[in-house]
Each structure stands twice: as C-alpha cells, then as structure tokens.
Design a protein around this ligand. Sequence first.
Ligand code: GDP
Ligand code: MG
Length: 170
Amino acid sequence: MAKSAEIKLAVFGRAGVGKSALVVRFLTKRFIWEYDPTLESTYRHQAVIDDESVTMEILDTAGQEEMLQREGHMRWGDGFVIVYDITDRGSFEEVLPLKSLLEEAKKPKQLTMMLVGNKADLEHARQVSTEEGERLAAELSCGFYECSACTGEGSVSEAFLELCREVRRR
Ligand code: GDP
Ligand code: MG
C-alpha cells in the first residue's frame, strides 16, 4: 500500500458494549461516560504506524441501521473491530453472527478484524472469561484484546493500530 494510505475501519457490536467509548478513548485518551447511543459518526485520525503516516477513518456504528445501510458499512470498511462487553454474555454471542455477515459482505476478499472484549474494569460483573474470548478469536483467526474504555487498561490503542497493520499487510 502507498504511503499516506487511507485505512477505513468500522466498529461493530451490540448497543451498549462501549463502541463509542472505545473510539473516543482511542482518539482522545479520555473516557466519556454518556454518549448518544443513536449517533453514528465517522472520525478522521492521523497516525504514524511503523514510520509511515496513515490516515484512519473510523466509523462508529450505532447498531440501529437498516439492513441495507449496515451492508453498506460492511462493504465500506477495510478492517473491522467487533466489540463485546465482558459483563454481557448476549453481546458475546452476537459476535459470531456479526462475523458471518461481515464475511459475506466482503466476499471474495478476506475479512480483516479484531475481537475486543470491553469493560474489563468490571471484573466483579464478568460473564465471559478471558479464555472464552481467546478461544473465539482463535476460531475466527483474528487478534484479541480485552480492555476498558473507562480506565484505558488493556491497550485500546494497540487494538486499533494492530488492525491497521493487518489491513496494510493484506
Ligand atoms: P455503544 O452503544 O456500543 O456505543 O456504547 P457506549 O460507548 O455508548 O457505552 C455504553 C455504556 O457503557 C455507557 O454508559 C458507557 O459509559 C459504558 N461503558 C463503555 N465502556 C466502558 C468501560 O470500559 N467500562 C465501564 N465500566 N463502562 C463502560
Ligand atoms: Mg455508540
């Protein structure tokens, strides 16, 4: 890929898992408690990855899109972050169907994605173990990060940057 490449990333996952909080954490290193759950936004972010300048476009989906619109988002992206909430097993169970939809939308290209288990600060309310997350990521052949948009633990940035690297390797 040429220098100053543009990389389009889209963030998917059940409503409330912390997609907006993660994107804002990555972009500003801050945590915003309340974020309009119906809002869908695209952010542009300049980063230097391995000595090369890249422009990231990040789409924070709202999860209320019509089918067609969602398919459009899936086709738009070069790489995807699928987020679940470690305190919400239902959100974990939505990962696999989401991945299948993404795969379908990207055909015949290979899907490039990261799996992120968010809200790692809420250990007392955990419903999905780290091992389960790791196992699912192995099954999906993708990277896996457990982190917290709230405290910043677990390297939120690394998940986004590593995804960029993978997109550029493809
Ligand atoms: P989205 O619907 O996936 O975009 O989720 P939001 O980013 O709007 O977050 C949903 C709720 O979870 C909000 O009340 C956030 O404050 C909260 N939240 C998001 N990330 C975390 C986290 O890492 N830890 C904790 N404790 N709460 C979080
Ligand atoms: Mg949101």
